[in-house]
Design a protein around this ligand. Structure first.
Ligand SMILES: Cc1ncc(COP(=O)(O)O)c(C=O)c1O
Length: 398
């Protein structure tokens, strides 16, 4: 019998991919499925970016690149960070990797080991908790509060720091809540973190360009005192509708950059060369396609939040960013899990139970509104019919 390492037993997964498989299986049986489950833009990658990738292949960019990414791409990342946040970042501290997830995996594996603690948002992106456990570190959840627009309380985060704390993970704008942490809370948090120089901070800002009118995304890069502790996670997947190209980047503290690069060399060598050229076109090309997508998300957000709030037993805060609504469904009599499963099986609407994002997600459902207005409207009608049937919480559990 094969003998796996025991850490394999604690590695989790991302339910979104399971729901996608179930939705696809139902669709293959001829059922009409509306997918509000998976978190990826429903737009194609803008044509000028696709063309740059195609040209790179035609021009013969078929070999390995430097492990940290081609110099022109790292310079473009630094220029983009200046454009967005007015901060100077050395291209030498930019590590281009195959997707946002890779920076996350590297950061957690670099700092986590048995006997240490890693703080992470809950409800939050499920891979944080999964990889923390895989590293052997103890996951310490930081609760996010609906009443605070799904922000954390900086005081509460700082109270959780101990001498064993190695890493704090922050995600704003957030998956699955759409929450954006306000400046005052970040100011307070950073003031406390610089008094704890043993704690690294990974700021997952992959949704940083997808914010609604009233919200402001503040990058942790804009706090100079934090730079020696900060790992910035960002990438192309969401902003440029490039989830399938597999590319992201991290900005690392100078002291550990070479270690992060060594992880890359051990793991994947470098990112696909043609994708890197497409990434340059994304950062240096016209902003108009991005603005168009962000505008479409804003229109959809307005419709989905308004319509969800009209449903019996459902209460939905307006998300400040990303493309997720995270309504409270406690009043429907369903658990999060029964809501997800029965809605998909009975009405063909794929969503994700809040509990897939951690224990504090009970009573919530994640709706990805990266889908057309027509699909969202049709889904709301189906949910209204589903809630009309009102199975009880007990029946759902039984
Ligand atoms: C919060 C968050 N971080 C990182 C990622 C990973 O992005 P990528 O597809 O670039 O690996 C996602 C993807 O859903 C996400 O929601």
């Amino acid at each position: 019998m094969l003998q796996m390492a025991s850490r394999m037993g604690v590695l989790g997964t991302e339910t979104a991919f399971e729901v996608l498989a179930r939705a696809n299986a139902l669709a293959a049986q001829g059922r009409s499925i509306i997918n509000l489950g998976i978190g990826q833009p429903d737009f194609p990658t803008p044509e000028h970016i696709v063309e740059a990738g195609r040209k790179a292949l035609a021009d013969g960019h078929h070999g390995y690149t430097p492990a940290n990414g081609i110099p022109q791409l790292r310079a473009a990342v630094a220029a983009d960070l200046w454009r967005r946040h007015k901060v100077e970042v050395s291209p030498d501290l930019v590590l281009v990797v195959p997707g946002g997830k890779v920076t996350m995996f590297f950061a957690i594996m670099m700092f986590g080991e048995p006997g240490t603690e890693i703080l992470y948002p809950n409800p939050g992106f499920p891979i944080y908790e999964s990889v923390i456990k895989f590293s052997g570190a103890t996951p310490v959840p930081v609760p996010l509060y609906e009443s605070k627009g799904f922000s954390f309380s900086a005081d509460e985060v700082l109270e959780k720091i101990t001498p064993r704390t190695r890493l704090l993970i922050i995600n704003s704008p957030a998956n699955p809540t759409g929450g954006v942490v306000p400046r005052a809370e970040l100011d307070k948090l950073v003031a406390g973190l610089v008094r704890n120089p043993h704690v690294a901070v990974m700021s997952d800002e992959i949704y940083g360009e997808i914010v609604s009118d009233g919200a402001e995304h503040i990058s942790l890069l804009t706090y100079p005192d934090l730079r020696d502790q900060l790992i910035l996670l960002d990438g192309w997947s969401k902003t440029y509708a490039m989830t399938g190209w597999r590319m992201g980047y991290g900005v690392w503290p100078k002291a550990v950059f070479a270690d992060a690069e060594r992880l890359a060399i051990n793991c994947h060598s470098c990112v696909n060369a043609a994708t890197q050229y497409a990434g340059i076109a994304a950062l240096e090309g016209p902003r108009e396609p991005v603005l168009r997508m962000v505008k479409a998300f804003a229109e959809r957000r307005e419709v989905i939040v308004r319509e969800l709030n009209k449903l019996p037993g459902v209460r939905c805060a307006t998300p400040g960013g990303a493309f997720y609504a995270f309504p409270n469904i406690a009043g429907t009599g369903h658990t999060a899990r029964s809501f997800q499963t029965q809605l998909l099986d009975q009405e063909g609407v794929a969503t994700i139970a809040g509990t897939s994002f951690g224990a504090f997600g009970e009573d919530y459902i994640r709706f990805s509104y990266a889908n057309s207005l027509a699909a969202i409207t049709e889904a709301i009608g189906r949910i209204r019919r589903f809630l009309g049937n009102l199975p009880t919480r007990d029946a759902a559990n039984g």
